[in-house]
Design a protein around this ligand. Structure first.
Ligand code: FAD
Length: 591
């Protein structure tokens, strides 16, 4: 009987609808997040996505003030969030830039702070970090103070663009009288060699003139790279200078080595910074120059990937641990990110707590705690982020025990530290909420979707994910969903759309490929021939996985396969009919 109502991929009407997303594409993708490790000492070997060997200063709430304020060198701090896909994708680029800029460390250092770690949250709030990754430049001798949040760098997708931005910034800083200890980065026009060498200190043996245009950053980069070369000076000269003509420099950027006795030698023109530096080094080698001792080799990032000690788990089961760990992270580090919480974000937070109260599979004291938190938050129209944090902790203590002390992900645990975790938990949480809301009287499923939209928009620390989600929500008409079962399926479809987009992404956990969920193995009856979905079976499967009665403790005592579906007594044929009917009706509206 069921098969009569199954949706066929070849149906021309349905094909036009947003249900095109049902097409089976068994693809994969995954994630990269490192576990947070905060040892007792102020210095940490590794945290979040970075380790010390990555040539970055790892900042924490404990060492931030000492490392950053009043320093002789400037800093570029990357505030990131280890579960944000964009941050994970950006990390290798930032590391490679940090290794490249290691010789600049006397002038500027690259530093990182993981805002997904609860203890670091206060600093992220102070620095008004609302998007990740967020890059700030802090000049030398920077002082702690209200509103001292550094100068914002534009978000970049490449290390090269970030480097250019940094060089431009350093040039500007020098025009403002800062970074005096760095080599001069200004560019000038000269007509004679004596002018170009003008104030060269006595101990300089070779001056390298770099002829280039105003917008080129190569000369500055060479000067910065060679900052620790003794008795050497680098001077930037406009390519349009008379001096270029008189020395006969015709290709730019052009390099001229000038000795103490004013003898210019034109070095073979090169395009890239690496080649220019190589040709300068070859020249210096030929003069038996003594190079500074340093290791400028790019060290392969030696991120130690922990083997996870995951409790064996059943992928067809949702565990309390995943939900509770997610909820704890959400309350401790996400909702407290705003410096000031009022208006829309505050309403979004209250509604998030409302739908938790409505549909979360509570155990222990958690429900009382959430209710109390919601009531407190509703009592004022404006909160500061630190007030919210204090309230969260204070109420957690008042209702203790709320979360178990050794909470860790089970189903959402990555095959290695760095994968999956919170974002997996967030999907799991909202699937659980839509499914359990659908089992309540009334039409609470659509309300959960709206609350999810509000949460992702206002609180989800992965800014890029939040933007993608909002765009998708608009496209897939999240606010038009009116029924409980549609809300469950809306989230399922939309999650599969994200899976499809992320399949093969660098963030993919190789052992948890991104598939069109559920796989044939997980739910054979969810598929039909030719890959079309059997929607009633999918709906039933989602109820089975995310339904409150099937959620288990970390040590599974029963197999989900053997547990009865909450809908098993329902007439699946009738459910199919209802679904198809609604789909059909929507298709008429959409065409
Ligand atoms: C709202 C949101 C938007 C995101 N956007 C981005 C983004 O733009 N870019 C980015 O890099 N990362 C994004 N992420 C993170 C990304 O979707 C994954 O959460 C992350 O890559 C971890 O993947 P995972 O392998 O743990 O599985 P997840 O995709 O997190 O899924 C968690 C679990 O849910 C189950 N599941 C999978 N698909 C479905 C489904 N369709 N229906 C029901 N259950 C399902 C599976 O058991 C899976 O293990 C987003 C996360 C969220 C919550």
């Amino acid at each position: 009987m069921c098969s009569v109502f199954k949706i066929h991929y070849h149906s021309p009407v349905l094909f036009k609808m947003y249900w095109w997303q049902f097409i089976v594409i068994l693809n994969c993708s995954c994630l990269f997040v490192k576990a947070a490790v905060i040892p007792d000492s102020d210095d940490v070997e590794e945290q979040g996505l970075y380790s010390k060997s990555d040539h970055v200063t790892i900042l924490t709430n404990k060492n931030f003030d000492n490392k950053i304020y009043g320093q002789r060198n400037a800093f570029v701090i990357q505030f990131y969030n280890s579960y944000c896909g964009h941050c994970r994708a950006f990390a290798p680029k930032f590391k490679s830039l940090a290794a490249e800029l290691d010789p600049w460390k006397n002038m500027v250092k690259l530093a990182v702070l993981d805002c997904s770690i609860e203890e670091n949250n206060e600093i992220c709030r102070q620095f008004e970090v609302m998007a990740y990754p967020s890059l700030r430049y802090l000049h030398e001798n920077y002082l702690k103070g209200n509103g001292n949040v550094g100068d914002k760098f534009h978000p970049t997708d490449t290390a090269e663009k970030l480097k250019t931005q940094l060089i431009n910034k350093m040039q500007n800083e020098q025009t403002m009288g800062r970074l005096r200890f760095a080599p001069p980065l200004n560019i000038a026009s000269y007509s004679k060699l004596t002018d170009a060498l003008g104030k060269t200190p006595q101990d300089v043996i070779y001056t390298f003139l770099i002829f280039e245009n105003e917008n080129s950053t190569v000369g500055s980069e060479i000067a910065l790279d060679m900052n620790d070369y003794e008795h050497i000076k680098v001077t930037r000269v406009y390519d349009t200078s008379e001096l270029a003509d008189s020395i006969k420099v015709t290709t730019f950027p052009g390099i001229v080595a000038v000795t103490g006795n004013m003898e210019p030698t034109i070095l073979t023109p090169k395009q890239t910074k690496q080649d220019i530096l190589k040709s300068i080094n070859t020249f210096l080698k030929s003069k038996n120059y003594k190079f500074p001792l340093r290791n400028i080799e790019h060290e392969e990032s030696t991120i130690s990937m922990h083997q996870n000690g995951a409790i064996s788990h059943d992928s067809n089961v949702v565990y309390y641990n995943d939900l509770e760990k997610t909820l704890k992270t959400s309350l401790h580090t996400e909702i407290t990110r705003h410096k000031i919480l009022s208006n829309e974000p505050l309403q979004a937070l209250i509604e998030y707590l409302n739908v938790l109260i409505l549909a979360y599979p509570f155990r222990g004291n958690l429900k009382e705690y959430i209710v109390n938190l919601r009531d407190h938050l509703s009592s004022k129209t404006q909160w500061s982020g630190s007030e919210v944090y204090d309230l969260v902790i204070q109420l957690e203590r008042a209702h203790a025990p709320v979360f178990s002390a050794d909470l860790d992900y089970v189903r959402c645990k990555g095959s290695r530290a760095g994968y999956r975790g919170y974002s997996c938990g967030l999907w799991t949480l909202f699937h659980t909420l839509t499914v359990n809301a659908a089992q309540k009287p009334g039409k609470e499923g659509p309300r959960v979707l709206k609350a999810m939209h509000g949460y992702i928009k206002n609180f989800f620390g992965c800014t890029e994910c939040a933007e993608h989600f909002q765009a998708m929500a608009l496209r897939n008409r999240i606010f038009d969903v009116k029924d409980n079962d549609k809300a469950v399926l809306w989230l399922w479809i939309s999650h599969n759309e994200v899976n499809l987009r992320l399949a093969g992404d660098v963030t993919e956990d190789p052992e948890h490929p991104k598939i069109q969920f559920p796989s044939v193995t997980q739910c054979p009856e969810c598929r039909q021939d030719r890959g079309a979905w059997n929607l009633p079976a999918v709906y039933d499967y989602l109820q089975k996985i995310y339904g409150a009665i099937n959620i288990q403790d970390a040590r599974p005592t029963k197999s989900a396969a053997g547990s009865p579906s909450p809908l098993s007594n329902l007439d699946i044929g009738m459910l199919s009919f209802l679904l198809i009917h609604r789909l059909w009706r929507d298709s008429q509206l959409l065409i």
